[in-house]
Design a protein around this ligand. Structure first.
Ligand SMILES: Cc1cc2nc3c(=O)[nH]c(=O)nc-3n(C[C@H](O)[C@H](O)[C@H](O)COP(=O)(O)O)c2cc1C
Length: 171
């Protein structure tokens, strides 16, 4: 497995799934040398795939973050304590980085990550540094009608993005 320990992975899975479903997670996309953005996420899966600790995130194609995830292959997942950061999480879920700077809107502090070229959030109680290894578009041909009718009548499909977890920072 990678540099992270089994204990670290177990704690991350436990703490993150413990706040789900709910607005406790912020994904930071982009590159610290160029443009970065914040998006509140709620859908994710953990596992060991291709011998690596991985996380799958689900990002709809209409999101500005989706654009950045096609350009840059790294991101961070930042666990923000709730309810303290509820306002921040709802701001990052209700505006698009294509027309607003969510770092200014939220006053969160960007800090350099340990390994990836994408920042982390200082206020987070835990940060997962992730490197994308696989992307897969959700296709209605492969999905049950129940899911299609519930989530995709507007044609705004998710991309499922598998990333290797390469570092975990805990406070
Ligand atoms: C609790 C919660 C969880 C969310 N989870 C996701 C998610 O997993 N994937 C996604 O694409 N959008 C998700 N959203 C919606 C995005 O946060 C929202 O559309 C955001 O404005 C997109 O920002 P962007 O266009 O700057 O990327 C979620 C919203 C909320 C309130």
């Amino acid at each position: 497995m990678s540099n992270i320990t089994k204990d670290q992975l177990n704690r991350a899975v436990f703490e993150i799934l413990n706040v789900m479903p709910g607005p406790g997670l912020l994904m930071l996309t982009g590159s610290d040398a160029e443009k970065e953005n914040l998006i509140t996420i709620g859908w994710l899966q953990f596992g060991i795939v291709w011998g690596e600790p991985t996380v799958n995130v689900f990002v709809r194609q209409s999101r500005y973050s989706y654009e950045l995830l096609q350009k840059y292959d790294e991101f961070t997942i930042n666990l923000l304590p709730v309810p303290t950061f509820n306002d921040v999480l709802s701001k990052c879920a209700s505006s698009s980085g294509s027309y607003t700077n969510k770092f200014k809107d939220t006053n969160l502090t960007k800090v350099k990550s340990k390994i990836v070229n994408c920042s982390s959030i200082q206020e987070a109680s835990m940060v997962l540094e992730c490197k994308i290894i696989f992307k897969h578009d959700v296709s209605i041909n492969e999905l049950s009608d129940i899911i299609v009718n519930k989530f995709y009548t507007d044609g705004d499909y998710h991309q499922i993005i598998t990333a290797k977890i390469i570092n975990i920072k805990e406070k």
